[in-house]
Ligand binder design. Structure first.
Ligand code: ATP
Ligand code: MG
Length: 394
C-alpha cells in the first residue's frame, strides 16, 4: 500500500501554473494523512483564499491522489497561507525565477525599481521621472525605461527628443547629464515618428519591453527605474519573468478608496514574484501660497496601504501645480531648486539609505584585491608604471 511519503511525492506533479513550481516544494501541502482504510485528508494552502486557480489545483490534487494504489477516498481541505508561509513561498519563487531568467543587458550591479499602481493617472510617470532626476543629481548613473508602450510620457516629461540609434545591433539609450550624474532613457517615444511608431508598436507590443532590456546598451547603471503602464497587466508579468529582481514601488493617492486598487497591484506583484519595496503617496496635502493646507484627495491612503502590504511608506509628494507645469514644460521640478526638488531629493535619499540601497559591487574578494594592490609598490600594482596617478577612479 502507498505510504504518505509516496503520496506527497505524487503531488510533486501538481504545478501552480502562476508560480511555475510544484505545490509540494512551494510549501502548499502543509499536511497529508491517510488512515488504514485508504482515506486521505490533504490540506492545500493557497496564497489567497479566492485564488482563481483553486479549482484547477484541487482537481489536479484529486486526480494524482486517487490514482495511487490503496487510496479509497480523497478529502481536500483548502486553506489560506499565513503571512510567513507566503513570504517563504515568494522567496523560493523569486529564487527559482532568477535561476531561469533570460540574460538581459541590465548590469547585475543595477538595482531595478519599477514604479507602478493599479490605477491610471496617479502620477507614476511624474514620480518615476523626478525620482530618476533626483537620484542622478547625486552623481549616480540612472537608467529610465518607459515601459508604457502605448501611453509613453517620459520623453515629454523630460523634454527629451531624439531618435534612438543602434550600435552593433543594439539600441543606445538617449543620455542626458544631470548634475554630476547621468540619465539614460529608452522610450517608445524615441522610436521614429508617431505614425510609424504606432504601426510598429502593434507589431512588437509583446516584445517591446523585452527588447528594451535585452537589446539595449545600458552600460553601467546604479539604478534602473521602470515607469510601468497603469494596471496589472502583461508588462508587469513579463518583467517578473524577464527581470525577476525588479522591485516594485507602488504609487497611490491619499484617497482611502483608492487603496483597494493599489492593494490589488501589490498582490499581483507578489504573485508575479516581484518584491514590493515600498509605497509612495502622491498628490498628498496641497499647501496654498497663504500656507493653508488642504487634503484635497483625503489623507492616510499611503500609510494605510503600506501597513496593509507590510512595507514602508517611502515618502509623500504633495499635490502641487508646479509639478504638473514642470511636466508639461519638459522641465522636471526635481531638476530645479525649489521645495519640490528638495522633497524628491529626500525621497531619493530615503531610497538610497534604506529602501533599496546601491548594490555593493566590490565584493569581499574585490575589496581584498584592492587592498592588496594598494599595499604593493605602484610599479607592481600597475603595469604602466605611472598609471597609479592617472587611473584614479572618477
Ligand atoms: N503631485 C502632483 N501634483 C500635481 N499634479 C500632479 C502630481 N502628480 C502628477 N500630477 C499630474 O497628474 C497627471 C497624471 O500624472 P502622470 O502622468 O504622472 O500619472 P500616471 O500614473 O503615470 O498616469 P498613467 O496611468 O496615464 O500612466 C499629470 O497631468 C501630472 O502632471
Ligand atoms: Mg504614466
Amino acid at each position: 500500500m502507498t505510504g504518505e511519503h509516496a503520496l506527497r511525492e505524487a503531488l510533486r506533479a501538481v504545478i501552480d501554473p502562476e508560480l511555475g513550481d510544484n505545490i509540494v516544494d512551494l510549501g502548499m501541502v502543509p499536511s497529508l494523512r491517510m488512515d488504514p482504510a485508504g482515506n486521505v485528508v490533504v490540506e492545500v494552502a493557497l496564497t489567497v483564499a479566492g485564488c482563481p486557480l483553486r479549482a484547477q489545483i484541487e482537481r489536479d490534487v484529486r486526480i494524482r491522489l486517487e490514482n495511487q494504489p490503496g487510496v479509497t477516498s480523497v478529502e481536500i481541505r483548502t486553506t489560506e497561507m499565513d503571512r510567513r508561509s507566503k513570504e517563504a513561498l515568494m522567496a523560493r519563487a523569486r529564487w527559482k525565477a532568477r535561476e531561469s531568467a533570460p540574460p538581459t543587458m541590465v548590469p547585475d550591479s543595477a538595482r531595478v525599481l519599477a514604479i507602478g499602481s493599479g490605477k491610471g493617472g496617479v502620477g507614476k510617470s511624474s514620480i518615476a521621472v523626478n525620482l530618476a532626476v533626483a537620484l542622478a543629481r547625486r552623481g549616480l548613473t540612472i537608467g529610465l525605461l518607459d515601459a508604457d508602450i502605448w501611453g509613453f510620457s517620459v520623453p515629454r516629461l523630460l523634454g527629451l527628443q531624439g531618435e534612438i540609434e543602434a550600435r552593433k545591433g543594439k539600441m543606445v539609450p538617449l543620455e542626458r547629464r544631470m548634475g554630476d550624474g547621468r540619465l539614460r532613457v529608452l522610450s517608445m517615444g524615441f522610436l521614429a515618428d508617431e505614425e510609424r511608431a504606432i504601426m510598429w508598436r502593434g507589431l512588437i507590443l509583446n516584445r517591446a519591453v523585452q527588447q528594451f532590456l535585452e537589446d539595449a546598451h545600458w552600460g553601467d547603471l546604479d539604478y534602473l527605474l521602470i515607469d510601468l503602464p497603469p494596471g496589472t497587466g502583461d508588462v508587469q508579468m513579463g518583467l517578473a519573468r524577464m527581470l525577476p529582481r525588479t522591485e516594485l514601488l507602488i504609487v497611490t493617492t491619499p484617497q482611502l478608496t483608492a487603496q483597494r486598487v493599489a492593494a490589488r497591484a501589490a498582490d499581483m506583484a507578489r504573485r508575479g514574484y516581484l518584491r514590493v519595496a515600498g509605497v509612495i503617496e502622491n498628490m498628498s496635502d496641497f499647501t496654498c501660497e497663504h500656507g493653508t493646507t488642504y487634503a484635497l484627495f483625503g489623507s492616510g491612503g499611503g500609510e494605510r496601504l503600506a501597513t496593509d502590504v507590510g512595507v514602508p511608506l517611502v515618502g509623500r509628494i504633495p499635490l502641487h501645480p508646479a509639478l504638473a507645469a514642470g511636466g508639461d514644460a519638459g522641465m522636471p521640478v526635481a531638476a530645479g531648486d525649489g521645495e519640490l526638488a528638495a522633497q524628491f531629493s529626500a525621497l531619493a535619499g530615503r531610497i538610497l539609505a534604506d529602501i533599496a540601497p546601491l548594490i555593493e559591487t566590490s565584493s569581499c574578494s574585490a575589496r581584498m584585491l584592492e587592498q592588496l594592490e594598494r599595499a604593493l609598490p605602484a610599479s607592481a600594482a600597475s603595469p604602466a608604471g605611472a598609471g597609479a596617478e592617472t587611473s584614479q577612479p572618477s
